[in-house]
Design a protein. Sequence first.
Length: 421
Amino acid sequence: MYDLLVVGSGPYGLSIASHAAEAGLKMRVFGRPMASWRDNMPRGMFLKSEPWASNLSDPSGRWRLDAYCSEQGLSARHAQPIPVEAFAAYGLWFARHAVPDVDERMVTRVTAGPGGFTAVTDDGEELHTRAVALAVGVMPFVEVPAALRGLHMSLVTHSSHHSDLARFRGKDVTVIGGGQAALETAALLAEQGTRVRVLARADGLRWNDVPPAWERPWWQSARSPHSGLGPGWRNWFYAERPGLFRRLPEATRSRIATTALGPAGAWWVRDRVEGVVEVLPGHEVAAACPVPGGLRLETVSREGGLRTLETHHVIAATGFKGRCDRLGLLAAELRGSLAALPDGSPMVGRDFESSHPGLFLAGLVTASGFGPAMRFVHGATFTAATLVRGVRRRLRTTPSAGTVPVPSGSRRATSPSPVRH
């Protein structure tokens, strides 16, 4: 019987595992480390977050992105974006140094039972644990516009389905969305010779400004402080005080989670899109149907105007929705028992514990509870420390048969493989 199984080994899962190992929990962590960063982003993309706001979290703060970059002879400077390949490599480096051995098998099912949970791996092994931390990233929560659902993947894909855009050279591609994923995907397509257009619901594209200098007069910092989500006091609150964010009224939290840090492109993508990529603002897809060689899109403008266009392929860069009903690896009974917020996301307590005792959640699915930071790597630091404290509290209050409760401040034997430094 384990104390904790961590399901997922992206930035949140690895950070949780590092804190859990340091806390002395008997634990295992499952999943291919940094899988979505390695497999679901085209080469040539960059991390939108600042390097100093993109650290995975270990209790000592030793295994930071800047330490990795220094070791590798790379630069990690303010206002200088990091390639996603470098960030993925950093995550693997973090896993080697700060986390017990990661089991790269996938957990395919989690069921609840007396004393805890049973997790089943993709090769059929069953493991029993008193607590589970789900850190499954964003891939289970892909969102595609209703008019495009059900069409074959040869015609419609999500932006997260691509690690290589070379198949679209010489083609005509329509990208749906107005955020960073849409705009950077469009830029990469245009740069490889694809005829590409961007279809966005908003009346115009939004671009983030170049961040202010790291060192500046005190009065400028006081007026608009730096934060892991960008400059300004509002972003600082979202980034640095997620525990206080959770105390806001539910309706306020829901509104902020839906609207804050909305679709916008990074400043360093702007000149690769404007004047290069065709942009159709104020439009959305009303209907789509296959035609020889591609598909026909019927679009409608905000004024009700209709337009028809044909394209070889549509890439929907339309984000993710962290809903309970998309937590497919949870057994139906367990999934159906979770209390949900009005937007369909699971309700979580102050320690990231769901309404089912012992089941903890991390990442995107907690954004409606803890704020926009949970959509970014920056949120992993607060999550990991807080969630592991919650697991320890849960283990003390509900010891399983034959298990000695964990006294406050004590250490238990760690998982079979020690952390390597």
